[in-house]
Design a protein around this ligand. Structure first.
Ligand SMILES: C[S@@+](CC[C@H](N)C(=O)[O-])C[C@H]1O[C@@H](n2cnc3c(N)ncnc32)[C@H](O)[C@@H]1O
Length: 253
């Protein structure tokens, strides 16, 4: 619990927060994780006094808020540097994330792959819900996001890969994984070169296990015909409560 005392002294002084190193973050993450598993039957947090005291609770909440604003800021900064690669100024909304989460059978999901996690808005929900022995492989091209993800989520189930979704086959092979149960993707298919887009869609189809699903969210419908060329079953949904409103495609072989 030393970590919590450290954060307590730094509360309100932004410059100290940067000093939190990976080990401290790991302890904090673990503490926050225990809190989450202490929810009552209405989903409200219930804290075990023996494990987490009231001042510690405040510090966890403060840090979580800080993390969210740090995430939003980093995302926006990178949007201005690489608008085409990001495709959006802010991360996905909780409404959009909820759509995606509902598609996943958590008892069956052993390997989940996410393309373009950005600052981990969706990855953190995946990690929260997936089982202890499942794996999450996130593939991200932006080095700032890769660095952030590695610092922010020191979870042994997570593999953060700096690379392109176009290399998903080689990446899974390198990690010794035979295929994925789910692949999630919000990478901007409409602004990337056509040959990269088809390589990603083809390789994703090949990487999916027999009952696997490719869950795609986009801000335009442009990708739909390209998905139809490769996947037999595609279910469509729409989420207006996102900036920008999102089209969702749930694809299976
Ligand atoms: C719209 S953002 C989505 C961020 C996050 N998943 C979310 O929903 O908030 C798209 C992300 O895809 C990444 N990206 C773009 N092309 C990629 C590619 N070929 N392979 C992997 N990541 C890519 C970008 O760097 C960016 O982080």
């Amino acid at each position: 619990m030393q970590v919590l005392v450290f954060h307590g002294r730094s509360r309100g002084k932004g410059q100290h927060r940067e000093r939190v190193d990976c080990t401290l973050r790991r302890h904090l993450w673990q503490a926050a994780h225990s809190v989450r598993h202490c929810a009552d039957r209405h989903g409200q947090p219930r804290y075990r006094a023996s494990r987490i005291t009231e001042p510690e609770k405040q510090i966890i909440v403060q840090t979580a808020k800080h993390s969210r604003s740090e995430q939003a800021l980093l995302f926006a900064r990178n949007f201005f540097k690489h608008p085409k690669m990001l495709g959006s100024l802010i991360p996905s909304s909780r409404f959009l994330i909820e759509h995606l989460m509902k598609q996943i059978r958590w008892d069956k999901a052993r390997v989940i792959v996410e393309y373009g996690p950005g600052v981990g808005t969706i990855s953190q929900e995946l990690l929260r819900r997936m089982s202890k022995d499942a794996k999450l492989v996130v593939i991200e091209m932006n080095a700032d996001f890769v660095d952030f993800m590695r610092r922010q989520f020191p979870d042994p189930r997570l593999h953060v890969v700096h690379g392109s979704a176009a290399d998903v086959d080689a990446i899974l092979a390198r990690l010794g994984l035979r295929g994925a149960d789910y692949v999630l993707s919000g990478i901007p298919f409409s602004t990337m070169p056509a040959e990269v887009r088809s390589a990603i869609i083809d390789k994703t189809r090949a990487a999916l296990r027999p009952k696997g699903k490719f869950l795609v969210y986009q801000f335009s419908r442009a990708v739909h015909p390209h998905l139809q060329q490769v996947f037999t079953n595609i279910r469509r949904e729409y989420e207006p409560l996102n900036i920008l409103p999102a089209h969702l495609y749930y694809c299976s072989a």
